[in-house]
Design a protein around this ligand. Structure first.
Ligand code: GTR
Length: 346
């Protein structure tokens, strides 16, 4: 026997074996890796996390409404869609958060319709003083065709509206003296939201509008940067502004609602079924949110009485007359004019 050839044969057999071995291990590693990847993808698909940011405190009835939406969504999707909520302006002001939605960094937010009016002009109608006769009129507008049209108008700006939340009526509150008539607003620096309608509304009533974000207001009031502000009762209380401002006047100049927004980019990444779950969870949460609202207002009024806040009930018709120029200006825009006419006709 040719020893050389025999040795060579053994060597190549050994090499074949170890090659075979290596290949087998490599295949196993690949298989485990593929399984792990598949498994983690499956996991990823099973729980989609929706980052949701807003600027209000945790005790606020709007936050409670968002929590209701969170549990409805988890229930409907069998836990596959999870809303992770960041309240208190942790991720920025309303405007900043809307911009984060537009670029797809976070999925959802709750803002005032006033903040949306900076992006989608149809929202402006919600900030016209005394346009809505009462709460019933407001919700028949918001929950009907007009409301749906306004919500849809945001899509063009990558901000899809899902539903409106109750945000009551906004009224003036002051640090040093009450507003009993519009004359008391003369020369007063009043903080407003960062939108043209809010600024025009305060200026039309004789005040001097000072726009700033909600998160900056407590300090601004404390340091006399402004003389007063305007908001609904739950926001006045949960933000602790009542510790600084002891005069609240129910002039109820606007009923700007809050609105739940999903970034269009994120929305389009959802399957049709997931979109249905999300829309339903938002719509259904409104019922509870409105209940939380009325309940909180009652509780908040007690807190305000205990804190010696004084209430005033000015003649609203005088305020309505003086701020009418805001409505008149809006009527000049054909699209908004049509919307206003439809609201008034309802
Ligand atoms: C609240 C409203 C917020 C925010 C705030 C403000 O009532 O819910 O979205 O806009 O007012 O005055 O900035």
């Amino acid at each position: 026997m040719d020893i050389k050839r025999y040795r060579h044969g053994l060597l190549s057999y050994a090499m074949d074996m170890s090659l075979h071995h290596i290949m087998r291990i490599a295949t196993q590693i690949l298989a485990i890796g593929a399984f792990a990847m598949l498994y983690s993808c499956k996991d990823f698909r099973e729980t989609k996390v929706l980052y949701f940011a807003h600027a209000l405190p945790r005790e606020h009835p709007v936050h409670l409404g968002v929590l209701e939406m969170q549990s409805l969504l988890s229930e409907k999707s069998g836990g596959s869609l999870k809303l992770e909520v960041f309240p208190d302006g942790q991720l920025g002001s309303e405007r900043e958060v809307l911009e984060l939605l537009q670029i797809g960094s976070i999925a959802m937010t709750k803002v005032s319709a006033a903040a949306m009016s900076n992006f989608a002009p149809q929202y402006k109608v919600t900030g016209i003083p005394y346009l809505f006769r009462d709460r019933d009129h407001l919700f028949s507008v918001l929950e009907g065709d007009i409301g749906r049209q306004i919500l849809a108008s945001g899509s063009e700006y990558l901000l899809r509206g899902l539903c409106f939340y109750d945000a009551g009526a906004r009224s003036f509150y002051m640090k040093k003296q009450p507003i009993k008539s519009t004359a008391d607003l003369d020369g007063m620096k009043i903080r407003t939201m960062n939108d043209q309608m809010s600024v025009d509304m305060v200026n039309s009533l004789g005040g001097s509008a000072t726009p700033m974000s909600f998160g900056e207001l407590y300090t601004a009031l404390q340091q006399n940067v402004v003389d007063g502000a305007e908001n609904n009762i739950p926001s006045f209380v949960t933000s602790n502004h009542y510790e600084v401002c002891k005069y609240y006047s129910f002039d109820q100049h606007t009923m700007v609602p809050d609105v739940i927004i999903v970034g269009t980019k994120f929305w389009e990444s959802l399957s049709p079924q997931e979109q249905v779950w999300l829309q339903e969870a938002a719509d259904e949460s409104v019922v509870k949110q409105k209940m939380y609202w009325s309940q909180t207002v009652k509780e908040n009024m007690e807190i305000l009485k205990d804190a010696n806040v004084q209430f005033f009930y000015p003649d609203k018709s005088e305020f309505a007359l003086k701020s009418k120029s805001v409505l008149d200006n809006m009527l000049e825009d054909a699209e908004i004019r049509k919307l206003i006419m439809n609201i008034q006709a309802l």
